[in-house]
Design a protein around this ligand. Sequence first.
Ligand SMILES: NC(=O)c1ccc[n+]([C@@H]2O[C@H](COP(=O)([O-])OP(=O)(O)OC[C@H]3O[C@@H](n4cnc5c(N)ncnc54)[C@H](OP(=O)(O)O)[C@@H]3O)[C@@H](O)[C@H]2O)c1
Length: 301
Amino acid sequence: MSWTMKQVPSQSGRIAVVTGANIGLGYETALALAGKGCTVVLACRNAAKADAARAAILAQHPKARIECLTLDLGSLKSVRAFAAAYKKRHATLDLLINNAGIMMPPYTLSEDGFESQLAANYLGHFALTGLLLPLINKTPNARIVSLSSLAHKWSGIRFHDLNATRRYDKRLAYGQSKLACLMFAYELQRRLTRAGCATLSVAAHPGVSATNLFQHLPKAVQLFAPLTELVFQSASGGAQPTLYAALGDDIRGGDYCGPQSLGEMRGAPGKVGSSRRSRDEAVAARLWAVSQELTGVRYLE
Ligand SMILES: NC(=O)c1ccc[n+]([C@@H]2O[C@H](COP(=O)([O-])OP(=O)(O)OC[C@H]3O[C@@H](n4cnc5c(N)ncnc54)[C@H](OP(=O)(O)O)[C@@H]3O)[C@@H](O)[C@H]2O)c1
């Protein structure tokens, strides 16, 4: 029988941070967690959009405990401010859902000088996780879920031009960022285990889900967007692998969860495999070292 949220017990007393929770998969993840009684912190870059999401969740679950805290993953200053503000409010963190992302935008650099997809999808989450980890490790049964994608197979980690300053191929840059998220999830688990920490690091991907993520694709492609939900899956369906990774009782550290039908593009959540490249421990260790240098956030060394 497939895993569903129906088999998840009350999450009352637990706290989750969901990045990019104002829309799409992040919103659906926050909504489902709130529906189980979990306190949810909506970590979003736009305060007005976060407030609207909070109101929408409360309309469905009037007793839900939802907080909004500003987080722009494209700014290390904002990531540090978010972590400091969170620590002022809370002493524990049960679930960190590293969900926010952008796909194939025109070439831009973040305020820290990183290619925008690498910054928002990966480096911001690397820094956020490190800054929150002391608190996460103090929390029993805590999990960190990192969002990857089928696109992790599109590229390797291009250490010679990580920020695509020489040549920007937006598809490769997205693939690289999603491979980095997946390698990070695996490497984080290895380092947690070595350090004797009980926190689990797991990864998830949503298949293909009808969300705003496709906003930068050519207009002609976007004409077919309404079909996405019919052929593939809804945002709610796409959130199920994340929720399974966060809450499934058979999840082990280093698991990767995704939909199980149509080449992992749709269907019920389960455990899935990933590319050989994503399992390269030497590259993962190098990526970790480079990420520490770039973000200035050092942990589990
Ligand atoms: N949809 C799919 O088919 C699919 C497939 C594979 C993987 N994924 C992954 O799933 C995750 C969620 O994507 P989605 O499909 O739900 O896309 P979405 O509907 O576009 O939502 C993306 C979320 O990320 C937020 N975000 C973007 N840049 C940010 C930044 N610098 N700081 C903070 N938040 C930021 C967005 O905020 P704003 O609303 O303010 O822009 C939004 O809340 C992403 O990691 C994506 O790579 C999605």
